[in-house]
Each structure stands twice: as structure tokens, then as C-alpha cells.
Design a protein around this ligand. Structure first.
Ligand SMILES: Nc1ncnc2c1ncn2[C@@H]1O[C@H](COP(=O)(O)OP(=O)(O)OP(=O)(O)O)[C@@H](O)[C@H]1O
Length: 267
């Protein structure tokens, strides 16, 4: 069942002639992990802002559970690339703060749950450290633990692992899968990424966006059963085929865009 829905959504920023997003239609099912890939500037982050209710659409309709999205709400948690932790709070206090914000737990229980979440992300012994005393990968772990402390039904993630190195990225991807599945109902995740392998490893479906103005060029069903094993996945002929398909879609679109903008010069 579609939980999030975008229907013919367009967005033109004030003062711009060209829309950032034009006629974007897309549905995201309850419990689905949908990845979005597309050329730089195609409107992926803008789509997150729209879904988060941070930016109003110029036209079209966005709904969550059939209710129009008009403002931010506790039913949607947003995770950005740049950690967004409170620098004046320790790792543990950042998570306790989120738990208190969620209104689900307070006091001693919040402290215990925060410790559990920090343990889940492998940072128990760093609980007393401030963000500036943690590595980039660690900060992003805390940011993800904090986001999942909110226990929102929907997670909007904008390049959440973009700023971490390859090794940390791999373990953060597995962490995301663990938190996504959770104990009860699966979360619904809208994940923007530049990394095709990340999309193929994590997603149920991949939406490939056109260059700006953004809209869906193609939706790709990712057929691999879970749990997925990277080692075997990358050797699967279907994986190689899908990877090539996405790459060639992106390349074709970027070349077409360049030809339009540059009049084809140099291509
Ligand atoms: N706050 C803003 N005000 C005005 N224009 C904006 C704003 N945010 C984005 N844009 C414009 O909207 C278009 C889409 O930008 P957006 O950041 O959504 O793309 P993106 O696909 O996320 O790019 P990237 O992959 O490089 O992060 C760009 O032309 C950008 O200049």
C-alpha cells in the first residue's frame, strides 16, 4: 500500500525561471526502502525537502497516508549527510534528547534506551564524548541512532553516508538495514544516494531521476532476496546487468542534458 505519494509535483524556487522539479509522480509503499539516484542538481534533495514539509510544492500534491503534507511532523525523520548533532551535547545526550522529543520515553527509561541504541551502533564506550571528539563515521552513527530514536514511521535520508569513508559506509549501510527492519513494523525509507552499488544493496526499488528538472526516468525493481550478501551479490549476472542499466540511463541523460545546455559543443 502506498504510504507516501507524490502526484504531478513541481517546484520552482523563487526567482528561478526553470523548475527544479517538474511533474514528479512517485509512490513509496509502507515498509519499503526506496533509493533515488540521479545526476547532480536533478532535485533529489529538493524532493526530500518537499516530503519533509520544509518546502511547499509550486503545484501538485504530496500525501502521507492520504493526508496532504503541509509542514514537518514527527511522522517523518530526516537524516542529512552532515551529521546534524547538537555539538554541546554528548553522544548519549544527543540520543536522550531525541527520545524525549519523540514523547515515547522520558527520564530513566530514556537513558536506558539511549544506551541500548548506542550499543546497537557500536559506540557504547564513546557515550560521554562530544561530537567534536568523534570521527566522521562515529558522528554519523550517532546521527543515525538519534534519528531512529525518534521511531518515526518514515525516514527521509539525504546521502546519509556521503561523507564517510568506504569502510564506514559499508557498516553504516548494514546498520541502516538493521534499524529499518527493527523489532516491529518496517520503517518506510526514502534514500537519496549517488552510489549505485549502495542503492542495489539496500533498496527494494530504485527511482532513477532525470537531470533537472527532476522527475522519474525509470523505476527499477531490485530482485535480490534478503538478507543480501555483498560478496555474492556483486557476482550475480542480474546485479551486473542492473548496474549497467542504471549507469547507462544516467550517462545518456547527462549527455542529452549537456547537449541541450551547451548546444552539443565538445560532445
Ligand atoms: N534553497 C534553494 N533555493 C533556490 N534554489 C535551490 C535551492 N535548493 C536547491 N535549489 C536548486 O534546485 C535544483 C535542484 O537542487 P537539489 O539540491 O535538489 O539537487 P540534487 O539532485 O539533490 O543535487 P546533488 O546531487 O548535487 O545534491 C538546483 O538547480 C539547485 O540550484
Amino acid at each position: 500500500m502506498a504510504l507516501l505519494n507524490l502526484e504531478s509535483v513541481s517546484l520552482t524556487y523563487p526567482g528561478d525561471e526553470r523548475p527544479a522539479i517538474a511533474n514528479l509522480s512517485l509512490s513509496i509503499n509502507q515498509g519499503e526502502l526506496l533509493a533515488v539516484v540521479g545526476p547532480s542538481g536533478c532535485g533529489k534533495s529538493s524532493t526530500i525537502d518537499l516530503l519533509a514539509g520544509l518546502t511547499p510544492a509550486t503545484s501538485g500534491l504530496l500525501t502521507l497516508n492520504d493526508n496532504p503534507i503541509l509542514a514537518p511532523g514527527p511522522d517523518r525523520a530526516v537524516v542529512f549527510q552532515d551529521y546534524s548533532l547538537f555539538p554541546w551535547m554528548t553522544a548519549l545526550d544527543n540520543i536522550i534528547f531525541a527520545l524525549n522529543e519523540s514523547g515515547r520515553v522520558t527520564g530513566k527509561t530514556a537513558g536506558e534506551q539511549a544506551k541500548k541504541l548506542l550499543a546497537m551502533v557500536g559506540l557504547s564506550i564513546y557515550s560521554h564524548k562530544y561530537p567534536s571528539e568523534l570521527s566522521g563515521g562515529m558522528r554519523q552513527r550517532v546521527a543515525i541512532a538519534r534519528a531512529f530514536a525518534l521511531d518515526a514511521p518514515v525516514y527521509l535520508m539525504d546521502e546519509p553516508f556521503g561523507a564517510v569513508d568506504a569502510k564506514n559506509r559499508v557498516s553504516l549501510q548494514d546498520l541502516l538495514l538493521k534499524l529499518w527492519t527493527g523489532d516491529g513494523d518496517k520503517k518506510t525509507v526514502f534514500l537519496v544516494t549517488h552510489d549505485i552499488d549502495e542503492a542495489l544493496y539496500l533498496a527494494d526499488r530504485i527511482a532513477v531521476f532525470t537531470p533537472g528538472p527532476g522527475r522519474v526516468l525509470k523505476i527499477i525493481d531490485v530482485p535480490f532476496p534478503r538478507p543480501r550478501r555483498r560478496f555474492f551479490l556483486v557476482q550475480d549476472p542480474r546485479y551486473i546487468e542492473l548496474r549497467n542499466e542504471i549507469l547507462s540511463l544516467l550517462q545518456k541523460e547527462i549527455l542529452a542534458e549537456l547537449q541541450q545546455v551547451e548546444g552539443g559543443a565538445g560532445i
